[in-house]
Design a protein around this ligand. Structure first.
Ligand SMILES: [Mn+2]
Length: 314
């Protein structure tokens, strides 16, 4: 596995996720995976320009964001090209523009994405209540129009020219854990003709086993076996994972999150999908309690890669 930290949070709700890679490393990401039998090439953290740089009339921190996405994409592409699996630690969720964009570029669009998140991340500059790109990555990757004119539109198109050459079809995105969806995002979800968007209501009603079984069916029918998993720690209940910028009550429980990871592990280890890469984003240690959110993130990754109660699956 090819590990990269992306300490960029200039497009998040508030600063803090830039410390996510350090927190996740301190929580034992590398030794945990090594104990499971994986060899990890640690590429360290990207050098990120942390100065606030927003051009008048432009998207917030566009320049440093663009640089971080470009470098993330390049890392992800190189890893996949070498037959390795990229493991990316954010950073705010806008970094998925680079990571998922890199995957799509390298595989010519032949990949589905599992988006585990409280949010749909489908806003555009026109619909976003905050103007922060971390709520917009899937709109960029899905090729949605910005809905605005001028510099923001030019910047939006710059991102799409680079990271959405193979736009991510709505039928190739699976949302899991949704519970805070803006009005503009609901419309975007409909326009993208999604086929899998499991909210917390669905998980409460039908349970995690059914959620993953339906996901497996969905993946079988979506036209690709390649899967990238984007795990936003705000999918978890804030009681467990308070260290994240946009926490929303009523998230996944400890047991649901592990069951999810273990069932996904069964899928990829049995060849039901080709897990091309994984990322964990939005860990913000400055609002955390004793690094609990990074620790739980590492536990989740361990379950995804074969840790079980009675021994390793890998
Ligand atoms: Mn997110």
């Amino acid at each position: 596995m090819e590990l990269l930290g992306v300490p960029f949070d200039g497009c998040g709700y508030r600063p803090g996720a830039r410390l996510g890679p350090g927190a996740v490393r301190l929580a034992g990401l590398v030794p945990t995976l090594e104990k499971l039998g994986y060899s990890i090439a640690d590429h360290g953290d990207l050098l990120v320009d942390q100065k606030d740089q927003t051009q008048p009339g432009g998207l917030r921190n566009f320049e440093p964001a663009h640089k971080a996405y470009r470098e993330t994409a390049s890392h992800v592409q190189t890893a996949i090209r070498n037959g390795k699996r990229p493991l990316v630690v954010g950073g705010d969720h806008s970094n998925a523009i680079g990571s998922v964009g890199g995957v799509l570029n390298e595989l010519q669009g032949d990949c589905a994405v599992l988006w585990i998140d409280a949010h749909a991340d489908l806003n555009t500059p026109a619909t976003s209540p905050s103007g922060n790109l971390h709520g917009m990555p899937l709109a960029v990757l899905g090729g949605l129009p910005s809905g605005v004119t001028g510099l923001q539109d030019l910047q939006w198109k710059t991102l799409q020219d680079e990271f959405a050459k193979h736009p991510l079809d709505g039928g190739r995105i699976a949302w899991l854990g949704l519970r805070d969806v803006d009005p503009g995002e609901r419309e975007a979800l409909r326009s993208l003709r999604h086929e899998y968007a499991w909210t917390m209501y669905d998980i409460d009603r039908y349970g995690m086993v059914r959620a993953v079984e339906e996901f497996e069916k969905w993946l079988r029918n979506c036209g690709t076996k390649n899967l990238y998993i984007s795990f936003d720690v705000d999918s978890l209940d804030p009681v467990l994972a308070p260290g994240t910028g946009t926490a929303v009550r009523g998230g996944l429980t400890y047991r649901e999150m592990h069951l999810l990871a273990e069932m996904l592990c069964e899928m990829h280890s049995q060849g039901k999908c080709n897990l091309v890469g994984v990322e964990i984003v939005e860990v913000s240690p400055i609002i955390d309690t004793q690094n609990a959110t990074a620790i739980i993130g590492v536990e989740w990754i361990a379950s995804l890669f074969g840790k079980t109660i009675l021994g390793s699956r890998a």
